[in-house]
Design a protein around this ligand. Structure first.
Ligand code: PMV
Length: 312
């Protein structure tokens, strides 16, 4: 079998957008949804993207190349001081694009791992994280770095921009339902929108961002002591603040309300917003009803993921 490398999707539990302004955010990997890169020997080097039907030769000029996959491959080779291998790197991803699940960062991480392996090297997570962050900057200008961090390390992350990575643990199993509005939304657009608001009304926006920071810290504690009622209430509060920052949408509002009416402990949009995905915290007995309610309210896909307590 061909060697295969991969990276997971992610969901942000708390703190998106505020994290861009130095507040903390909590995110977890979604192991069941992944991007994959396989290596097969050949003559010359090429990157094949199955999902977009593209075949791209290497080397390319990394200064001018505007394709994130070839740029990631090129950056990885530069970092390792290697020439392109005689190999085809084939990429495919199960992660929907432009929906707040980190598909770009996951694809980049899988490419970096495969390219390194193809030249007989390996990358530390720290080095890979820095390379994927460079590519994220290409996609959305001023990323906080949370996507690449949670995806490369594949751990729950309490993330504060520019600070050492901290992980966190759940005291009780958390059942999360990820509901997709089916509407694509580009993160750089919503991040730009919040920035515009920040400039136009500094005091109010700064206060909202700070409140998200406070509740994110409280949510970390609630998760760590297993107070899931509190976690749910904080999710709903976080969603209201994101709505005030104008990054919700009609479809997100519909799904969040449907989840809450069907017995979720709380629900919120996740990621950049104005489309993409929302998350609901369900109890074991409400999983089925909340899933059905999300589909009935128009979700195009509902994924059940768990954050499990890890024994030390
Ligand atoms: O990539 P997304 O859509 O999951 O959103 C990233 C989270 C933001 O806080 C909105 C932006 C960022 O760079 O942290």
């Amino acid at each position: 079998m061909e060697p295969r490398y991969s990276a997971p999707a992610k969901v942000i539990l708390f703190g998106e957008h505020a994290v861009v302004y130095g507040e903390p955010a909590l995110a977890i990997p979604v192991a069941s949804l992944r991007a994959y890169a396989t290596i097969s020997p050949g003559s010359g080097c090429q990157i094949v993207a199955l999902d977009t039907h593209q075949t791209m030769p290497l080397p390319v000029d990394s200064v001018t190349v505007d394709n994130a996959l070839t740029r990631m491959a090129q950056l990885t080779l530069q970092h390792l001081g290697s020439a392109p291998p005689d190999a085809t790197i084939t990429i495919r991803s199960d992660i929907p694009l432009a929906s707040g699940l980190g598909s770009g960062a996951a694809v980049s991480a899988a490419v970096g791992r495969a390219v390194a392996a193809a030249v007989g090297a390996s990358l530390t997570n720290e080095a890979l994280n820095a390379l994927v962050y460079d590519i994220e900057r290409m996609h959305h200008g001023t990323p906080s770095g949370i996507d690449n961090t949670v995806i490369v390390y594949e751990q729950p992350v309490f993330f504060v921009r520019g600070q050492p990575i901290e992980t966190f643990r759940a005291a009780k199993t958390m059942h999360l339902l990820i509901g997709d509005t089916g509407q694509k939304s580009l993160t750089h657009v919503t991040v730009g929108e919040v920035r515009r608001r920040y400039k136009a009304d500094v005091d109010e926006t700064r206060a909202q961002v700070a409140q998200i920071g406070v509740l994110t810290r409280e949510a970390r504690i609630a998760i760590q002591i297993g107070d899931l009622e509190r976690v749910g209430a904080l999710m709903t509060r976080n969603h209201s603040l994101l709505r005030a920052l104008t990054v919700s949408s009609e479809a997100l509002e519909t799904l969040v309300s449907a989840a809450e009416s069907a017995g979720a402990l709380g629900a919120k949009l996740s990621g950049g917003g104005r489309g993409g995905n929302m998350i609901a915290l369900a109890t074991p007995s409400s999983i089925e009803a909340v899933t059905q309610a999300l589909y009935d309210a128009g979700a195009v896909r509902v994924l059940h993921t768990r954050l499990e307590p890890v024994s030390t």
